[in-house]
Design a protein around this ligand. Sequence first.
Ligand code: SF4
Length: 346
Amino acid sequence: MTSATPQASVETLARDRTVEGDGLRHDWNVEEILALFQFPFNDLLFEAHRLHRRHFDPNCVQISTLLSVKTGGCPEDCKYCSQSSRYDTGLGAEKLLSVEEVISEAKKAREAGATRFCMGAAWRNPKDRDLPHILDMIREVKALGLETCATLGMLSKEQADALKEGGLDYYNHNVDTSEKFYGEIITTRTYRDRIDTLSHVRAAGMKVCAGGIIGMGEERADRAGMLQTLANLPEHPESVPINLLIRIPGTPLEVGEELDPIEFVRTVAVARVLMPKSVVRLSAGREHMTDEMQALCFFAGANSIFYGEKLLTAGNPEASEDRALFERLGLKGEARPSVPRNHSHG
Ligand code: SF4
């Protein structure tokens, strides 16, 4: 790294070293990832964008919609979450929505241009008695020609198999942060539990959506550690949501130091370099980002957003603002498949 130009150095780090069958690296160490974070912003963005352009249409953004099908009353203690029953956030526990309610929302999402519909439930894990109801939702949403995604908490191997059999395309389960920082944020389930759920999802043959949240008071090394966990999975997640913490009143993370927006863009760029073929999604926290920050994220390799008025229970920019931003940037939404394809909390 010392004799090369900074640009060549980013490239050198980004270049496949130990290449697995999928042509991608799965052996990143934290020091290498931190080195990427430390490159001059322009060098890092240039390399991220080069890789982005190699694997994707740089002007195309996939649009997902997320609906909370079971809100509040969650027994887990995730310190950022409005839905944990441990914090007084003013959000009560609601019942699981009916299939009809879900279909009506899915139709609206489709009209607004979404190609994927994610259903989220505030559970530690789904109960077996709720699964048939969830499977009905999946079947009906798929019949509308939308890809389906669910985020329902931890899954056993059997539950992952049942969801796959029911036609679920993606399962979202975030690692949230680095293994080291994890205990500061959640104590009711372990990092290992999360990785186990991700392996059940993968083994069942579903696509994996896994990312995390930044701005929770973690250090840069934790952001690097989180991306390392994701990039070193046996297969990269197809979808990597990068969330910016939304400070929810009543949660332990209600107050804290704000993350530098440039650091957020760097995180997106490093995710793109590490997982060049994954879709990187700007998820929660987008309503606190300026248009300019979002534009930088798209250049750095973000190519998916959540669209619509609500992101689980937190606000999301109005769909019309998104349309206006897309127009200003010359971006287009990914085309929806015309027929159903047979193939997180986030
Ligand atoms: S993030 Fe999910 S698991 Fe954690 S408290 Fe919120 S709803 Fe429950």
